[in-house]
Design a protein around this ligand. Structure first.
Ligand SMILES: [Fe+2]
Length: 388
């Protein structure tokens, strides 16, 4: 256990009401009422809109639902936000309900900024810029990964420039998160795997971030335990609703952890590679996570030994270094076990984009919290090369 110094100080913010359980979605109407709102617009993607999930939510909401915006795409973009804002404004919406993966939840977060403040989305990019609460937002995640239902972060792609805009603001944290494992049982194995590795990356990056503290450690370590126990079960048998529930809770806990502790070099690189080459966020993280950990190894031996223990490894009689290396190995083994690619070359990443990726990773807000400060783009280039 690493020693915390006497100058430890932190803020811990977790305002989201979490409603968990099989059938928890049945509470959506009363949750809207509890926020004293009457005109809800559902934000979702085309795929989900075609399933029974949205029909059911619409029915549960009854008169409270005034519209469904179903134009969200993976890696949501500025143009999608603009369209959604126009749609919700036209309906005089007073609450947003996002249903889907991180892309739908982040779309609602970004829409909430413009519905409340107006203007151009780009102008709100950055950290803690918003001055007042936004239009309320209930998040209903249908994946177990991003943790966006409880985080203060939204990521929106600017397709023209091939970059991701990052917004970090406490006013972006959804008011309520409804976690119903039933909504995740039809998630295909590859998406289950990649979103689960995103959650693991959040938990592990929370553990090596410069802003980690005992409360985020607690959330992150329990999330790591649950992910190592249940992710492969969910990938193998998507209908295992108990395991699905555990993964949903783990992803949300990891979300609260990183929303307070911040992330690091893995997400900085994953954002860059994702934006440039269209690699799904969870897949990019899964590939880059072991290399990011190796990069931080000399500084984070204690933390990685704790991660190894949480991953179920017997570290008794091992040196800290050995235990830390076993944590990295456990991450690689889990990635293989759940059938995800392990090299950048497997996901159509080409070396000609490395220089731009390294520059974007160095400019990413997550890099600031990495425990080892890269000397420059050379360090990132070396890591990308290794991961290729
Ligand atoms: Fe992530």
């Amino acid at each position: 256990m690493p020693n915390y110094t006497t100058d430890l100080s932190f803020n811990f913010n977790n305002p989201t009401k979490i409603v968990f359980g099989i059938g928890a979605i049945n509470d959506i109407g009363p949750e809207v009422d509890g926020l004293n709102k009457k005109r809800a617009v559902i934000i979702t993607d085309e795929g989900l809109a075609a399933t029974g999930i949205i029909d059911r939510i619409k029915e549960l909401l009854g008169k409270r639902c005034v519209g469904i915006f179903s134009e969200v795409k993976p890696d949501t973009g500025v143009y999608i936000i603009d369209r959604g804002v126009k749609y919700a404004k036209g309906l005089d919406a007073d609450i947003l309900i996002s249903v889907g993966g991180g892309s739908s939840i982040d779309t609602a977060k970004a829409m909430a900024i413009l519905l409340t403040e107006g203007g151009r989305l780009e102008d709100y990019q950055g950290w803690q810029i918003l001055k007042r609460p936004l239009i309320p937002h209930i998040a209903v995640p249908t994946t177990a990964g991003t943790g966006s239902e409880v985080t203060y972060v939204a990521v929106v792609k600017e397709h023209d420039r091939g970059i991701k805009l990052v917004f970090g603001d406490n006013h972006l944290i959804p008011n309520t998160a409804i976690l119903d494992p039933e909504l995740t049982i039809n998630l295909p194995p590859d998406i289950t795997a990649s979103t689960g590795m995103d959650a693991l990356s959040h938990a592990i990056e929370s553990m090596h971030s410069l802003q980690r503290q005992p409360m985020t450690d607690g959330l992150a370590l329990q999330a790591i335990r649950m992910i190592f126990n249940y992710l492969s079960v969910c990938v193998e048998n998507g209908k295992d609703i108990a395991a699905r529930g555990q993964m949903q809770i783990a992803a949300t806990m990891a979300g609260i952890a990183f929303s307070n502790a911040q992330l690091g070099i893995v997400h900085a690189m994953a954002h860059a590679v994702g934006a440039r080459f269209g690699v799904p966020h969870g897949v990019a993280n899964a590939i880059l996570l072991p290399y990011g950990m190796e990069y931080n190894m000399d500084i984070c031996g204690d933390e990685y030994a704790m991660i190894a223990e949480a991953a179920g490894i017997d570290i008794h009689k091992k040196t800290k270094r050995e235990a830390a290396e076993m944590a990295v190995f456990a991450v690689k083994r889990l990635t293989e076990e759940i059938g995800l690619p392990t090299r950048l070359r497997d996901v159509n990443v080409t070396k000609d984009g490395f220089a731009a990726c390294a520059e974007n990773a160095m400019a990413d807000p997550s890099i600031v919290y990495n425990p080892r400060t890269p000397s420059g783009t050379e360090d990132i280039l070396k890591l990308l090369e290794k991961a290729w």
